[in-house]
Design a binder for this molecule. Structure first.
Ligand code: PGA
Length: 918
């Protein structure tokens, strides 16, 4: 397959760097075409080529005759023929992604953000190394990987794609013709492998699969790249040493909100496998160091402590008698091997030279490494230490024996049920759930101030309650085994009241995770192991967020408890659900307001560090968009060196599958955190900006809710005109597709909601309501209001990022394709009415963007993405057309397996083609 070359695109020297990207895409397209011809025959290849040419003609030139021909051709395909076409266009999208992921900086709006730039800005603002080091030393920056089901690619495909990515990188360094030919042959083999590999998962992913998938990114990227990033930061800080501030988090194995497959055993498995990943990495590095530190005592000498470490190693090989570093490392290896066995039951690859005791914790391992490091430094070997030992020390500091902090998450109603059972069995009350909020608070505070437990040793609790209690108990065991950093956060989904937080505190108390009580006499010692993290996720909850925290902290003993427990308060903000509830403008604005209000409240509690945790997905309707811009768009005073954010689904591979790209993405996170903390301080936007945003948000919400929640039969239209029902069969995650068997939009999880709109090429959650809101704002305007919006766009990162994300998502919509999906609805009068409204709003959104940004072209400030989509759209459209056709056949009763497979593969291909769709 070929990529059309629109030479006009490449006339400007500014975009010359895209040429190598396009060359890569063309190469992969050609190899895919060859593979199809070879394996499926000339007729299949010709069919695909015809479809491609027609689709290009439709998409680039709006050729209506080509459109009719394409439609007729696609409708005439048998299910088996359709499958081959779908696979071909899907793989093309996968291959184009691989090439694009190697060119990430172009995707960042043509700018080149990164540490070099950030430090230049800091210097310009006269902010010295000491101040930056202080922010980082008190900082906490954490990407948190989750298993949200939006990654459509199987692990085997990801691995093959990773190999293709590595070959493309190697190709850039190939010098001779024969090197190039060999590289092409290797690429050809990989493409051929892809073609013969099943695109879809036949069985649902298990939690263990999800854990294993996540761990692969540590091996390829995090374990090595994070220490290197620290080294670069310290170099930029004139060698100032900073304690760990950048660390990894994970939800995989700990997030059981709506996922009954995540249980106490999953948590134990996650930590065991995490620990194994960390320890095997350390073992390899220690072994390699042993080979490299062949330093003889005769030439370099060593410290007394190193000598003692060597003496304790149990290594009495005479050949190494004079090599104390090697001997010391042999001892370290043996202790690590024993630690691996103790913590995971697994054996190290190489036998320990002598039996040894396991390390009590990662600090003890670090202490040994530091002895080696100190000795090297004192004996002219600093340069040797800097190569492998120092990155290893940094890795041990950051990853410990637990690798990443596992968050626990559960929905507040499940806690309530568990507490109700405990209280009923203990005859405290039979009607806990029916109590008012005031009564619940009063009762919970009484129990939390009483040293006696309410949990009965021999009571037979329901499976639900028992499995909830088991999680808390396992958390206590895991913390003892893998260290306190292994589990720190307990996230309470759907936090609506203060009692939702107190319930989790009581569960901690009943399971050995809380010491002392809230009674004044215990004030000095009361502490809880897990930070109770509310998740505010609807518009109403976001509006109440600061009030709930104020009421929580006003309760007797809470400030003391949090202070004694580490003085940190994480608060999680839900982007997707607030968007599903109120549309994009209200969601983004209420997140902004909640963050500001929370920061204001916590400024009155200076002894406690507040940290916002952003629960964002990949697509714009779930808070997606470039993370760098998103962090800079945070309200002033809300970052302060503290940030956690989720990395989910397809975003994880795009950002972290390749180590170099992973490094850049981690660097961007740190760069943005520093800029948001040190450079946007005090830059409160003018009141007129805030007032305008509040009006826009309200009017956006009116329009969005008017369509989604107030239009009669909207739910029927949604279910009929998107592949929502088919998405559930994709097997892309371990959790069930929905929480409740209901068709109410309120009950639907946000992922299938936005995923299905992405497939239907409307991506409605990312923009709906924006056009109406701006139109209303400008109604009767004499020019002053438009001027205000333009200033907001120019001067306010919050508004600029919002518009840039809306621009991006609108550019991925395609109304002519969306119209085909509307044709699936049995009630065509209803479809015409609702689709008509969506179309009108789409027009308003485009006009509004043009008015504010001054450009009627979508993506005017992101030419790389614009070109990418321009080239990719003709390859996605046939997938959409075929998806609609096959859904029509399926819903019409043709329920053959080919049809089912075709629908699922087309979903996979469209998701890959559009990128960040889930
Ligand atoms: P959740 O995620 O449904 O797991 O709360 C929401 C989202 O990220 O879309």
């Amino acid at each position: 397959m070929q990529v059309e070359n629109d030479s006009a695109d490449f006339s400007s020297p500014a975009v010359l760097s895209d040429q190598s990207l396009l060359a890569d895409i063309r190469l992969l397209g050609r190899l895919l075409g060859d593979t199809v011809r070879e394996q499926e025959g000339a007729a299949a290849f010709e069919r695909i080529e015809t479809i491609r040419r027609l689709s290009v003609a439709v998409s680039r030139n709006g050729d209506m005759e080509a459109d009719q021909k394409l439609d007729a051709l696609l409708r005439s395909l048998s299910a088996a023929e359709a499958l081959t076409v779908i696979r071909a266009f899907s793989y093309f999208s996968h291959l184009a992604n691989i090439a694009e992921d190697l060119h990430p900086l172009q995707q960042e709006n043509g700018r080149e953000p990164g540490l070099a730039n950030t430090f230049a800005h800091l210097r310009k603002a006269s902010i010295g190394a000491g101040r930056v080091a202080k922010v980082l030393s008190n900082g906490w920056v954490s990407p948190v990987l989750t298993a949200h089901p939006t990654e459509v690619r199987r692990k085997s495909l990801l691995d093959a794609e990773h190999a293709i990515s590595a070959l493309l990188l190697a190709r850039q360094h190939a010098k001779t013709k024969s090197e190039l030919a060999r590289n092409e042959l290797q690429l050809r083999a990989r493409v051929s492998q892809l073609w013969q590999t099943e695109l879809l998962r036949e069985a649902r992913l298990t939690v263990r699969d999800e854990i294993a998938n996540t761990l692969s990114y540590y091996r390829t990227t995090f374990l090595r790249q994070i220490p290197l990033l620290y080294a670069e930061i310290e170099e930029r800080l004139d060698g100032l040493r900073i304690p760990p501030f950048l660390r990894m988090g994970t939800w995989v194995g700990g997030d059981r909100d709506g996922n009954p497959n995540v249980r106490a055993e999953s948590l134990a498995t996650a930590l065991r496998l995490q620990s194994e990943t960390a320890l095997r990495f350390y073992l390899t590095e220690v072994h390699e160091l042993g080979a490299e530190l062949s330093i003889s005592r005769r030439y370099a000498g060593c410290s007394e402590a190193l000598g003692e470490l060597a003496a304790r190693s149990g290594d009495d090989n005479p050949h190494r008698d004079d090599e104390p570093y090697r001997r010391a490392l042999i001892g370290v290896y043996s202790r690590l091997a024993a630690t691996l066995e103790e913590l995971t039951g697994q054996q190290a690859q190489r036998h320990a030279v002598a039996p040894a005791n396991p390390y009590a914790d990662a600090r003890a391992f670090l202490a040994d490494l530091e002895i080696i490091d100190d000795s090297l430094r004192c004996h002219h070997s600093e340069v040797i230490a800097s190569q492998r030992l120092e990155p290893l020390i940094r890795a041990a500091e950051v990853f410990g024996f637990h690798l990443a902090t596992v968050d626990l998450r559960q929905s507040s109603d499940r806690h309530e049920e568990t507490i109700a059972e405990l209280l009923a069995a203990a005859r405290v009350t039979e009607t806990y759930a029916a109590l008012s909020e005031e009564e619940k608070r009063e009762l919970l505070m009484r129990l939390l101030s009483d040293p006696r437990p309410v949990r009965l040793v021999d009571a037979s609790y329901s499976d639900n309650a028992a499995s909830e209690l088991a999680i808390f108990e396992t958390a206590a065991v895991m913390r003892r085994k893998y260290g306190r950093e292994s589990i720190r956060h307990y996230i309470v989904s759907h936090t609506e009241t203060v009692s939702d937080l107190l319930e989790v505190l009581l569960l901690q108390k009943e399971c050995g995770l809380m010491r002392g009580t809230l009674a004044p006499c215990d004030a000095a010692s009361v502490a809880a192991d897990l930070i109770i993290v509310p998740l505010f996720e609807t518009i109403g909850d976001l509006r109440n967020a600061a009030g709930i925290m104020r009421d929580f902290y006003a309760l007797p003993g809470i400030v003391k408890l949090v202070t004694n427990s580490g003085a940190q308060q994480d608060i999680m903000l839900g982007y997707s659900d607030s968007n599903k509830d109120g549309g994009i403008l209200a969601s983004i604005w209420e997140l902004y307001r909640a963050s500001t209000a929370l920061a204001e409240f916590f400024s009155q509690l200076p002894s406690i560090v507040m940290r916002l945790f952003h629960g964002r997905g990949g697509t714009v309707g779930r808070g997606g968009g470039p993370s760098y811009d998103a962090i800079l768009a945070q309200p002033p005073g809300t970052v302060n060196g503290q940030i956690r954010l989720t990395e989910q689904g397809e975003v994880i591979a795009a950002k972290y599958a390749n180590p170099q790209i992973g490094r850049i993405n981690l660097e961007l996170l740190v760069a943005a955190t520093l800029e948001a903390t040190l450079l946007s301080h005090g830059k409160t936007p003018p009141q007129e900006f805030l007032d305008a945003a509040a009006d826009l948000a309200q009017w956006g919400m009116d329009a969005y809710r008017g369509l989604v929640y107030e239009t009669p039969s909207f739910v029927d239209y949604f279910f009929a005109s998107t592949p929502i029902a088919e998405i559930a069969a994709l097997n892309i995650g371990s959790r069930p597709a929905s929480r409740k068997p209901s068709r109410k939009i309120e009950d639907l999880r946000a992922i299938p909601w936005s995923f299905s709109w992405g497939q239907a090429r409307l991506a409605l959650p990312g923009w709906y309501g924006f056009g109406s809101s701006i139109t209303r704002f400008l109604d009767g305007d004499d020019g002053a209001r438009l001027a205000l919006l333009r200033r907001m766009y120019q001067e306010w990162p919050f508004f600029r990022t919002l518009l840039s994300n809306i621009d991006m998502i609108l550019s991925k919509t395609d109304l002519s394709i969306a119209h085909h999906y509307a044709g699936l609805a049995p009630d065509q009068a209803l479809a015409a009415r609702i689709y008509g409204e969506i179309e009108a709003e789409w027009g308003r959104a485009n006009r509004a963007l043009a008015d504010i940004t001054g450009s009627s072209q979508r993506l005017a400030d992101n030419p790389s993405l614009a070109r990418s989509l321009h080239h990719r759209f003709p390859y996605i459209a046939p997938l959409n057309y075929l998806q609609v056709e096959l859904i029509r056949r399926w819903r019409g009763g043709q329920t053959g397996d080919d049809i089912r497979q075709g629908i699922l593969m087309s979903i996979n291909g469209v998701a890959a083609g559009l990128r960040n769709t889930g």
